[in-house]
Design a protein around this ligand. Structure first.
Ligand SMILES: [Zn+2]
Length: 642
């Protein structure tokens, strides 16, 4: 079973048979020369490298459509039903279909050949802690579909089943999915790799008093009757399948954008996210029209382990974004931006995750600039740079600090540090600066069009960049500079240093306070944004004395901040310095927030600073409220410390 995994001790050896691309070394057929002076150095791979985290034999047979018919059984915490997969043969001689499955109870497998269904022999391979099991199905000649009857496990890592007590309303249970990077296979037998795109249709049967939504077309005004149908006509990778079932309402923001949430937070969510149409307009202006129809959001219960998840047509969000002042809505800009970068143009392999997250973080920052001005965009980049430096310093090995991840990452999670997000953003910022927005903006727009609904590699991007931007202005960058960003470890020296006037003023006040010239109550904080607070707290010295903590806490009650980002930074500083009054509010925070970005580091800091027992006691109480992904990660953090 895959729930007591210690991520860092996983040792898996992968053979990347087709992945012969090394930095700067062109292999495969020679690309035509662009210009005499510039021989192409970043040849696109002649074929997509194999994804080491899938068993699927997608180079022989591709699944192109999935139809699901599932009962949502809250009492047993399982989905029970049938998946029908439509097949396309890449290799016409293929006779075996290999799918990904994890914790699935397979009851029967049939194949459709020439319109006749018959039982198909199958085997379910051994359970790998990361990849799950291979489901191998022997196909009769000319089989075009398989039908698999199955049920999920109550322990399925991609599904969180909440009891009524774990919701705000306390009356009804709640179910939501999180399938990125490789958990769709815990919901259905699939080709669970970003290299393969599928369309899907689904029927979900739920208790009649609940609503079901998916990452697909749906009618927000539909009847609540426990019988729901979905259709997703645009091809997506399996990790973008998504579902949520519970007792929640809907509030429109405009004619094609709206938000689902539990009643207690519905109005606040609609108000917090009311700028979403302006964000959409900003991206439309830069990179062309939104291609997915409706854009809705759902605010999930606090155990949702991420800030947001870009499920197409239906972004999933943590309630910790509802700060009351729109200060954390860059996450919405981020998830919306994924409708271009990530969902439209997708990394074909998790080694290339920066193609999803770096581009998205870049677009996010451009949106924040358009809506709220240059100052806010600079402040956000400045905070991002701090986070990037921290993640680079803490990386387990240098190879994990280059944009292109090494071939032997132990888990796709390794590709989701700030290196992919902020590092990718700063790389694109570097290109923007060197080539100028007048060239870079249309280039990116064409890139999104060129690769829409495709899954690509870093080398595909570099090859396209070389032909369509670099070739027109060969002196703008050097190969050494590009390689330093993409293939070399560490932070390149060509990175922008974001300089924020607002932060400089905060720093000046901070110095006065640290020098004892002013009391905390005399700091001019009334107009500070969340970002300014984060800068202030991030940059106080690590050896701040307890009296100084008490001074700040007394003036601003930071231990009880309702802003999760501010509370988190405060807790981290307080844990490191042994400021004990923070423990009771921190206990409440850890019991009520399941967002991984906060809780993983908090548990690790508690362990590091001599509070392992305290942390273990809190985790024992909080564990059942955390998502299975978060449970696994935190168990790994404790095990690593032993
Ligand atoms: Zn993202």
């Amino acid at each position: 079973m895959s729930h007591r995994i210690v991520v860092s001790i996983l040792t898996l050896s992968f053979t990347l048979a087709a992945c012969s691309q090394e930095p700067g070394v062109a292999s495969g057929p020679a690309a035509p020369e662009q210009a005499a002076e510039l021989a192409p150095v970043y040849a696109a791979p002649s074929e997509q490298p194999v994804d080491p985290f899938t068993y699927a034999n997608y180079r022989q047979i591709r699944v192109r459509h999935v139809d699901l018919d599932l009962d949502v059984l809250f009492d047993e915490k399982v989905l029970d039903g049938v998946a029908v997969l439509d097949l396309v043969y890449v290799d016409s001689d293929a006779t075996v279909l290999v799918l990904d499955a994890n914790d699935l109870d397979i009851k029967s497998v049939e194949a459709n050949a020439n319109g006749a269904w018959s039982a198909a022999p199958y085997t379910l391979g051994p359970d790998d802690p990361v990849k799950g099991s291979a489901l191998e199905i022997e196909l009769p000649d000319v089989a075009t579909q398989v039908r698999i009857t199955y049920r999920t496990s109550p322990e399925a890592e991609g599904l969180q089943w909440l009891s009524p007590e774990q919701t705000a309303g306390k009356e009804h249970p709640f179910l939501f999915s999180q399938f990125q990077p490789l958990y769709a296979r815990t919901m259905a037998p699939l080709q669970d790799t970003p290299a393969v795109r599928i369309t899907y249709s689904a029927k979900l049967k739920t208790p009649p008093e609940l609503i079901a939504v998916m990452s697909s077309a749906q009618d927000p005004d539909g009847v609540r009757d426990g019988d729901y149908s979905f259709d997703m006509p645009q091809p997506i990778p399996a990790y973008l399948l998504a579902l949520a079932v519970g007792d929640f309402g809907f509030k429109a923001i405009n004619d094609h954008i709206g938000v689902y949430a539990e009643d207690y937070i519905l109005d606040a969510s609609a108000a917090e996210f009311e700028d979403t149409p302006k964000m959409e307009e900003a991206i439309n202006d830069l990179y062309g029209p939104y291609k997915w129809g409706r854009y809705d959001m759902i605010v999930l219960p606090p155990s949702f382990p991420f800030g947001g998840m870009e499920n197409p047509r239906l972004t999933f969000l943590t309630p910790t974004l509802i700060a009351g002042d729109k200060s954390l809505t860059n996450v919405v800009a981020h998830e919306l931006a994924h409708s271009w970068s990530g969902n439209l143009v997708t990394n074909s392999n998790w080694r290339d995750a920066w193609l999803n997250e770096g581009f998205t973080s870049y677009v996010e920052n451009r949106v924040m600039e358009t809506l709220y001005g240059e100052d806010r965009a600079v402040m956000e980049r400045s905070l991002d740079l701090d986070a990037l430096k921290r993640d680079v310093a803490e990386a387990e090995r240098p190879e994990l600090t280059a944009l292109k991840m090494p071939a032997d990452i132990a888990h796709p999670d390794d590709a989701f540090s700030q290196v992919s997000y902020a590092g990718g953003m700063f790389f694109l910022k570097f290109l923007e600066t060197r080539f100028g927005r007048e060239a870079f903006d249309p280039f990116l727009r064409d890139y999104f069009d060129q690769f829409a609904f495709k899954s690509i590699t870093t080398e595909d991007f570099l090859n396209y960049f070389e032909s369509n931007l670099w070739a027109n202005n060969q002196d703008a960058v050097t190969k050494e500079e590009i390689d330093a960003w993409v293939y070399q470890p560490g932070i390149p020296d060509t990175i922008e240093t974001p300089s924020s006037d607002a932060f400089a003023k905060v720093s000046a006040q901070q110095m006065q306070w640290l020098a004892g010239e002013v009391a905390a109550t005399d700091l001019k904080t009334a107009a500070w944004s969340t970002h300014e607070w984060l800068h202030f707290l991030n940059t106080v010295p690590d050896d701040m004395i307890l009296d100084q903590f008490a001074d700040l806490d007394g003036a601003y009650d930071l231990s009880n901040s309702k802003n999760a980002e501010i509370a988190f930074v405060w807790y981290m500083k307080a844990i490191a310095s042994g400021y004990e009054p923070v423990l009771a509010p921190l206990d409440r925070f850890l019991m009520s927030v399941g967002r991984g970005k906060f809780i993983y580091r908090l548990y690790a800091a508690l362990i590091e600073h001599g509070r392992r027992e305290w942390a273990a006691e809190v985790f024992a109480r909080a564990r059942s409220g955390y998502h299975p992904i978060a449970q696994r990660r935190i168990e790994g953090i404790f095990a690593e410390a032993d």
